[in-house]
Design a protein around this ligand. Structure first.
Ligand code: NAP
Length: 376
């Protein structure tokens, strides 16, 4: 789409100032009905029609379903944009298993009562207040859909949840910077059951670690609107200074630990024994932190000093103990699904290290081992 055409974007919801509303209903705590007793077995809209915020989620996968569910619980009118082949399954609604409740796997909560769109004309006509990108960094780059989305966005707040260090730049080449909110996902979500897990029916299982909040940054009013809507829907969220910088410092340790786990056959025990691999992941993390510091400036967070082999080894012991999920299986399933994103992220960091004239030998070594491992 030409710049002129982009400039001609018309506001689609002129009567509904974006970034501002007062959700009229506070949802009950997760997993409890209005009387505070029974498990919520459906998620019908909880507010009146008056003043409801309209939220569109792009992608109805693991993250899209969970964020959509909580927006709806907070009183929003929710819709999904999905590719045609997913339309029927999405219209059928979803079963979700929030693990942050009592007897989490006994019965699912039902998530339905949303619209399903499959073309951009319908998105443009929808008058959405918030549009949330719930796909991977690599999916963001496939096809011309991001430009189509920009043309259909109107004045909606665009929330981007993809983790790539350059994703915001890609988006703001098409959508005005002051319209974009960045988000950091602080939960894990997967299509259950995993092997060995018992559920009454298949569904999306998700867990928010204790004290964790979904983080957002961007223009103040728009960011606050997103945070308020999700928090009212039971998904704790907060506004932070800069999600991009936070992700660039916090992401590599997990990202490279996961690469090392993949190289260890998705098993923690062999990874713990592989001192050389842990040392490589640790050095790669420090190289990535140097890239983050060059790109975002400011002081490196204290936690970046903890990316040492013994800490990584300790994390592989701690995580399986605290998570109510088989983390080896979760990591294998999730990071196989987004394997192209992991590789893309690593290649991007190596290129940026070159551009900033920074060391990148460990990242290059890790990438070479990953590519070799995947080719075998
Ligand atoms: N799941 C988690 O626990 C978790 C935690 C933290 C961060 N994240 C991040 O969140 C992002 C999404 O992860 P996810 O687990 O939700 O992935 P997912 O389950 O694969 O969901 C993404 C969905 O979006 C669809 N999609 C891709 N391109 C699309 C497009 N142009 N238009 C409409 N739909 C499109 C995908 O379809 P196809 O499968 O056909 O491509 C898929 O159904 C990733 O960057 C991931 O790293 C996830």
């Amino acid at each position: 789409m030409s710049a002129a055409a982009l400039g001609a974007r018309r506001p689609l919801a002129p009567d509904r100032p974006s970034g501002w509303w007062r959700p009229p209903f506070v949802a009950p705590p997760l997993g409890r009905g209005a009387a505070g007793s029974a498990v919520v077995l459906h998620s019908a809209p909880l507010s009146s029609e008056v003043g409801r915020v309209k939220v569109l989620l792009i992608g109805a996968g693991a993250v899209g379903q969970v964020y959509g569910y909580h927006f709806q619980r907070g009183g929003a009118e929710v819709a999904f944009y999905v590719r045609g082949r997913y339309a029927a399954a999405t219209r059928a609604g979803f079963d979700l298993y929030p693990l942050n409740r009592k007897s989490p796997r006994a019965a699912p909560v039902r998530f339905e009562g949303f619209e399903v769109l499959t073309d951009w004309a319908a998105v443009a006509a929808g008058g959405f207040d918030i549009v949330v990108i719930c796909v991977s960094s690599t999916a963001l780059r496939k096809g011309g859909w991001l430009t189509e989305l920009a043309g259909a966005l109107g004045d909606a707040t665009l929330v981007n949840l993809t983790p790539g260090i350059e994703d915001l730049v890609l988006i703001t080449e098409r959508v005005p910077f002051e319209q974009v909110v960045s988000g950091l996902i602080g939960l894990l979500s997967y299509p259950g059951p995993l092997p060995g897990e018992t559920l009454p029916s298949p569904g999306m299982v998700y867990w928010v670690p204790p004290l964790t909040k979904m983080a957002f940054s961007g223009p103040e009013a728009r960011t606050r609107g997103v945070v308020t809507a999700l928090t009212r829907g039971g998904l704790r969220s907060k506004r932070v200074d800069d999600v991009q910088a936070a992700a660039a410092f916090a992401g590599p340790a997990l990202q490279f630990l996961v690469v090392a786990l993949e190289l260890s056959g998705w098993r923690f025990a062999p990874l713990r024994r592989d001192k050389a691999l842990l040392a490589l992941a640790s050095r790669a993390t420090h190289e990535a932190h140097a890239v983050a510091a060059a790109r975002f400036g400011g002081r490196r967070p204290f936690a970046t000093r903890l990316a040492r082999p013994w800490v990584l080894r300790w994390v592989t012991r701690l995580v399986p103990r605290v998570a109510p999920v088989d983390m080896e299986l979760f990591f294998e399933k999730h990071f196989t699904k987004v394997g192209d994103q992991t590789e893309h992220g690593l290649r991007t960091l190596i290129r940026l290290a070159d551009e900033y004239d920074l060391p990148r030998d460990a990242m290059t070594g890790l990438l070479a081992r990953l590519v070799d491992h995947r080719e075998r």
